[in-house]
Design a protein around this ligand. Structure first.
Ligand code: ARG
Length: 560
């Protein structure tokens, strides 16, 4: 149950006021506190302590309150009954969502013919977690891997292959060498920067390809196959839920004509040096606001037009309440433009559109993570690095764990570290630090769960605990932590802040470990009642922790 909500509602009813509850840092004086007396003092023209004294009996009379007291200038501290805490924690978690929503989540969004890079990592991990949380809260999330399969990168790679294999590229049995494939895009892109003629050719290829040029298309299908297979591998390696669909730019392109018609009816399109654009700058803009590029000067679709068409497609198929785009912060301006056009064209209301711009993942030098040869780090590479670090750490500690367990631990290290940082902030990627078994790390979280599991397994079936009215302090703290789970998940979702869930989980693990150290369970001198009672607490703790771990997309190994 959502303890905070329950206590807060009950107090509001008792005192007939809208009271804001605080959770004090230390529970020494109370489990909750409120400054309602100070707020009322202003409007009522009385001293806060006087008002507090009037309200106090109403709060103290509540069935679940052990005692209420006045502190300082008029704070009211509230301590809950132990029996109430225990019973509440024992209730089954039942999430009731008043307003389930259809939410399209746009994340991952890898590209055909371009290696998945470190910039795709946060979106994949955070997107997957938000998807899981949305489901857990009773919403209907639909995940879109809006793949880049229609733009200039395709044309660059087609042009490059044509240049490299002038006699063979269009033969039906021409095979793309997978080991070389990843080098084509960076090579072509660098070459195009130096050679305007090549670039011109590329842009023409892009237009012809989009118009259905059969030979370009045949080659493109071969590229698609390699890239889609690779995406599937990444989804598996990252342990994220497979996307509900992989409808990207090419699917959207089918709707560009209809969208163009809508824009024309609203008189939004203009010509500008051969390109078709929408001017977005208003007097209120102090920062640069470039125009929305609907068609390039060759009349080809663009990242802008396909994104708008994709939005239209989602509107007519899912009719979602919200669409959330997750991508790195460098795309914030693009989404601002997209949302403005969606609003202007009435394709989608502005308040249903959100973008989450992620901070970047940096190396220890504070610059975006690079591979040894200076290229942007790849997503596969980042996973490899953490797997190696986990392997070394585990071997050094003298443990002998199966390779799959090591991979599970490594992935938890990588993902938890990503989730625990504020989505907007940059962070430094340090494989050695994140694979530590102590501290705010994924392995620490898993270790706590494995330990609880092992106690419970050793205990086997235990008798049901007798009703208890008093809790030991560490039992009490742990249960209060557990009872904050529901509120935490709701907060993490409402604020689009998975770090709230991740950091809560870390705190919960600390409470669980303190409990484990100070409250012996299976030791011989522990009497049967206490043992049963503690096993019950350990079970609730394990279940809550397991749910949190699952929402973050991590897996608990058998052993560690
Ligand atoms: N494919 C793009 C990239 O790799 C991200 C696409 C984000 N989603 C969108 N609807 N624009 O940068």
């Amino acid at each position: 149950m959502n303890l905070y909500q329950f206590v807060s509602d009950s107090i509001n009813k008792a005192v007939e006021q809208n009271v804001t509850l605080e959770v004090p840092k230390s529970r020494e004086f109370g489990d909750f506190s409120t400054n309602v007396a100070m707020v009322l003092a202003k409007s009522m023209g009385k001293a806060p302590r006087e008002i507090a004294a009037e309200i106090l009996p109403k709060i103290a009379a509540l069935e679940f309150v052990a005692n209420a007291s006045i502190a300082g200038p008029g704070f009211i501290n509230i301590k809950l009954k132990d029996g109430f805490i225990l019973t509440s924690a024992n209730q089954k978690l039942e999430i009731k969502n008043q307003k389930p929503e259809i939410i399209d989540l746009d994340y991952g969004a890898y590209n055909i013919a371009k290696t998945m890079h470190i910039g795709h990592m946060r979106g994949s991990i955070i997107g997957d977690t938000l998807y899981r949380i949305a489901k857990f809260l009773g919403h209907r999330p639909i995940s879109y891997n809006h793949i880049g399969d229609w733009g200039k990168p395709m044309a660059l790679v087609i042009a490059w292959i044509m240049k490299k294999f002038p006699n063979d590229w269009n033969k039906p049995d021409f095979k793309i060498k997978e080991t070389e494939f990843n080098d084509y895009y960076p090579a072509a892109s660098a070459y195009a920067k130096e050679n305007p003629e090549f670039l011109k050719q590329v842009l023409q290829i892009k237009k012809d390809f989009q118009d259905g040029h059969p030979e370009y298309f045949a080659l493109y299908e071969k590229m698609m196959k390699i890239s889609l297979d690779d995406m599937e591998t990444i989804v598996q390696r990252l342990g994220i839920i497979p996307f509900d669909n992989t409808l990207g730019e090419r699917n959207a392109a089918k709707y560009v004509d209809i969208v163009e018609k809508i824009l024309r009816e609203k008189n939004l399109l203009q010509m500008d040096n051969g390109a078709t654009i929408i001017n977005l700058k208003t007097d209120a803009d102090t920062a640069p606001m470039p125009p929305f590029m609907f068609y390039d000067s060759r009349g080809a679709d663009t990242y802008d037009s396909t994104d708008l068409a994709a939005l239209y497609y989602r509107k007519i198929t899912d009719n979602p309440d919200k669409i959330i785009y997750m991508s790195d912060a460098r795309q914030n301006l693009h989404f601002e433009q997209l949302f403005r056009v969606a609003e202007l064209s009435r394709i989608f209301p502005r308040d249903g559109l959100e973008s989450m711009g992620f901070g970047s993942i940096n190396g220890k030098d504070g610059r975006p993570l690079k591979t040894r040869d200076g290229a942007a780090a790849t997503l596969h590479g980042a996973i490899d690095i953490v797997e190696d670090a986990a392997q070394i750490r585990i071997t050094e500690s003298g443990k002998n764990l199966p390779i799959n367990t090591i991979k599970t631990i490594a992935l938890a290290a990588l993902k938890f570290n990503d989730l625990m940082h504020d989505v907007k902030s940059d962070y430094v990627f340090d494989a050695d630090a994140v694979t530590q078994f102590e501290g705010r790390t994924g392995p620490y979280i898993l270790y706590t769960a494995v330990r609880l599991n092992s106690v419970l397994k050793k205990a086997g079936n235990f008798v049901k605990a007798k009703k208890i009215s008093q809790l030991q302090i560490d039992e009490r703290n742990l249960l209060l932590g557990i009872l904050d789970f529901e509120r935490t998940v709701q907060n993490a979702f409402d604020r689009r802040a998975p770090d709230i869930l991740a950091n809560y989980t870390y705190d919960l693990c600390q409470l669980a470990n303190t409990f484990y150290h100070n409250c012996p369970i299976l030791r011989e001198d522990v009497d049967a009642d206490t043992r049963a009672h503690r096993l019950q607490i350990a079970t609730i703790a394990r279940d809550t922790l397991a749910t949190a771990i699952d929402l973050m997309g991590l897996k608990i190994p058998e052993e560690m």
